[in-house]
Ligand binder design. Structure first.
Ligand code: HEM
Ligand SMILES: Cc1cc2nc3c(=O)[nH]c(=O)nc-3n(C[C@H](O)[C@H](O)[C@H](O)COP(=O)(O)O)c2cc1C
Length: 483
């Protein structure tokens, strides 16, 4: 017999915890301690609908696989469906959903997008409030986030002239795999928050333009679904790994992606705990405020703790998803262990100083990605510069990449002149697919490609191997500021 909302509502604690996901009711009481994301996050939805929290971050099929059949309690009534309104009929939209719908209807056509900032501007308009807060947030006062991009303004070119550049080829290889431009997608989680196809938009766009996609460990689609979306079995995908504290689980995951055709492991080492991302946390309160204002119910019920408060106390979106990670990884233990598990090339993602770059060489990895996770520590371009100055030998021993704040072809070229093999872009691909789906991803690559080729010609470089350190100078002042 179908269940009513009242039937579900009384099971609202750890003693008996039912939730509704896509009109079906599940008894999660015994599953709570086993949930990889922890109990707290589920308990916030105990006794009510969890579809919006569950859907974008769980690959399909896991309920069937992980929850015994007797815990699948059945459908909700027609009336309950109307009340929740997941099928859209007669549902009262939230203030934010109405705004998104208007923004989607009025967004500029894609051919008006001239640079990556234009694409980001559209994404900021069409994204749900919470998704934008999660994607755009950075640590504390977000100083390093802003500085990631600004830092490129301290590097100036010394172009060479009278060189033949009518044939200009920006193609290169990363770990031996061809890419049409020296740019790859840096894995960033939960693309479906911004578009129903999520990461698949990026996979298809990367195929159409010949670049390589690294997928996030916390992609909103399974690694199998993303692998299946490749344009051909030869399309190169890399896998970003958060190593689980349980070695057996971690090894299983690596072998799984290896068998799915992923060509390299990028081990992330700079996010053992979630940074303090206040923009993301504040968004939860702000959304509650918006709804209260719209419903003329401005008073918060005294004595009740809002859902937002519970979520923030749990560490916000990022806080939940790092719960199972190995916080005791070391050079001596983890890298040899990984080498024992897989023959895939190994790249360390999240190197933030010269000393660790040198340790990575000693550990014998295939590459390092200088990264501050999009905004937590010194700008990666500055780390790259120091590495070039202090330990130029490193560049001949492994491949060096950077990501963080790269938004222009000239940023790419500055990094390449200093010795980077290629650069990663994180947010720009999330934003582009949220704004225009696969087409947005293709547009992003085409814009960067045009800017890279223009820059190469003006620098006197016909191929990426013509880009050398002497073509870049670092100054102590910032472009656009008075001396
Ligand atoms: C109220 C419902 C739920 C919410 C709000 C929720 C939330 C979350 C969050 C925030 C994470 C990320 C944390 C992490 O992976 O460490 C997560 C992960 C996960 N959850 Fe849930 N969850 C819910 C229900 C479920 C259910 C019913 C299942 C399966 C029966 C499930 C299976 C998983 C799995 C397998 C992961 C790890 C995903 C991965 O490794 O990619 N969750 N969940
Ligand atoms: C919303 C968001 C989610 C991210 N998720 C992951 C992740 O799951 N794993 C990871 O290694 N890095 C993650 N990153 C970091 C990116 O891989 C990359 O280092 C960063 O986005 C580069 O900076 P950019 O966004 O300025 O290009 C994430 C970044 C953002 C903004």
């Amino acid at each position: 017999m179908p269940l009513t909302l009242d039937d579900v509502a009384s099971h609202n604690s750890f003693k008996s915890c039912w939730v509704i996901i896509k009109n079906k009711v599940y008894d999660l009481t015994e599953f709570l301690p086993e949930h990889p994301g922890g109990q707290k996050v589920i308990l916030q939805y105990a006794g009510r609908d969890a579809t919006h929290a569950y859907e974008p971050i769980h690959p399909p099929g896991i309920l069937e696989r992980m929850l015994p059949a007797e815990r699948h309690l059945g459908e909700i009534t027609e009336e309950a469906r109307r009340g929740l309104n997941l099928d859209g009929k007669g549902k009262k939209m939230t203030v934010d959903e109405e705004r998104v719908q208007r923004a989607q209807a009025n967004k500029l056509p894609i051919d008006r997008m001239l640079n990556l900032h234009d694409l980001e501007r559209v994404a900021r308009q069409v994204l749900p409030y919470k998704a934008l807060a999660y994607w755009s947030a950075a640590a504390d006062d977000e100083i390093t986030y802003a500085e990631n991009s600004r830092a490129f303004g301290r590097f100036f070119f010394h172009p060479r002239v009278l060189r033949a550049v009518s044939q200009c080829d920006p193609a290169t290889t990363i770990l031996g795999y061809r890419t049409s431009i020296p740019v790859f997608v840096s894995g960033a989680s939960w693309a479906k928050l911004g578009h129903p196809l999520g990461e698949i938009n990026i996979t298809r766009g990367a195929y159409a333009t010949g670049i390589i996609q690294m997928i996030s460990f916390y992609a909103s689609l399974s690694s199998r679904q993303i692998a299946d979306a490749r344009g051909s079995p030869d399309q190169t995908l890399f896998f970003q790994l958060y190593k689980h504290k349980d070695d057996i689980l971690a090894a299983q995951r690596i072998r799984e992606v290896e068998s799915q055709g992923y060509k390299a492991i990028f081990l992330t080492v700079d996010a053992l705990v979630a940074g303090n991302r206040e923009r993301d946390n504040r968004a939860l309160f702000e959304m509650e405020d918006m709804e209260r204002a719209a419903s003329d119910n401005l008073a918060t019920k005294s004595g009740t703790r809002s859902n937002a408060a519970a979520m923030v106390a749990g560490g916000g979106t990022a806080g939940f998803y790092l719960a199972g990670d190995d916080r005791d990884m070391t050079w001596g233990k983890t890298i040899p262990w990984l080498r024992g598990v897989t023959n895939l090339p190994l790249v360390i993602k999240g190197i933030q100083c010269v000393e660790d770059a040198v340790l990575a060489v000693e550990a014998g990895v295939d590459g390092i990605l200088l990264s501050n996770h999009g905004g937590n520590s010194p700008p990666p371009i500055e780390v790259l510069y120091k590495l070039r100055k202090q330990r130029p030998d490193v560049f001949s021993k492994l491949e060096v990449y950077i990501d963080g704040g790269i938004r222009r072809g000239t940023d790419v070229l500055k990094a390449l002149c200093l010795g980077a093999r290629a650069v990663g872009l994180g947010r720009p691909f999330l934003y582009a697919q949220a704004a225009y789906g696969e087409e947005g991803v293709v547009k992003t690559v085409r814009i960067i490609e045009r800017e890279v080729i223009t820059g190469m010609r003006l620098l006197g470089a016909a191929t990426v191997s013509d880009l050398v350190p002497e073509m870049v100078e670092r100054v102590d002042w910032q472009a656009g500021t008075k001396l």
